[in-house]
Design a protein around this ligand. Sequence first.
Ligand SMILES: [Fe+2]
Length: 281
Amino acid sequence: MPPIEWTKDLAVGIPFVDGDHQALVSLLNLVETCIDAREETFVLGSLLNGLADYTEYHFSREEKLQQVCGYAGLQEHKTIHRRLAGEVDAIGRRFETDPSSVETGEVKEFLRNWLVEHIMVHDFAYRQACVGHEQGAAAGEAIKLANGGVVQSNVLQLDRLRILVIDDNPNFLRLVATVLKAAGIRRVHTAGSAMKGLEWSIRQTADVVLCDWLMRDMNGVDFALKMAEMELPSRVVLMSGCSADSFREQNVGSGVEGFLEKPISAGSLLNAVLNTPSGAA
Ligand SMILES: [Fe+2]
């Protein structure tokens, strides 16, 4: 199936809602790409986690918008949201328990139908009550995707952060960048190898570097060591499919200041990014 194209026909007319929907379309297209490419389990698992987290976040923002705008269909919309979020969550949990139990065709069809129906039927219904309502939009935008899940916040200044993500798996790289950007971090840079990441880091400074542990050209531990030797100030967080316990046992040495276990979720990713001295203001 060709990827879903974002067109004006899908626009609700409320900027933050349309931004969220575009992020959901990107995640959905990435799920399809990964399924078709028979991508590694941890990548698909991370994607399904990210999709479930992002769905929850988007629904919270929409509900706050509708509440502030006094939309009469709020309770009905909430019921639909709970059912859809439950179904997305159930696919993720089923995949976690037994990846082979998740029929790829079924997942693709469900997600496509869900997204298009969600936008073009249920979301279009609240347009009249909510488009142009500035207070409603501000209240919806104040709901943030944070390390503890979905929070109401006026202080998380994610747009001030600069993040570098290094991974030699292009789909995983796209997933991490998509979730970080969708959460409100505007300055996300990606590198497909440790050497490219190092070259970028010599010219520019990231608050946090999320670096894959096992890569073809140089592993993440050696990358962190090089960063420390060169006195480059970014905080390096290793990403790996091994458990956090075995990471601690391996005592990886200088330069590594954090660990992110794959499969990731939006929450664990933001936790790694925000748990930094120059993180959230
Ligand atoms: Fe929506």
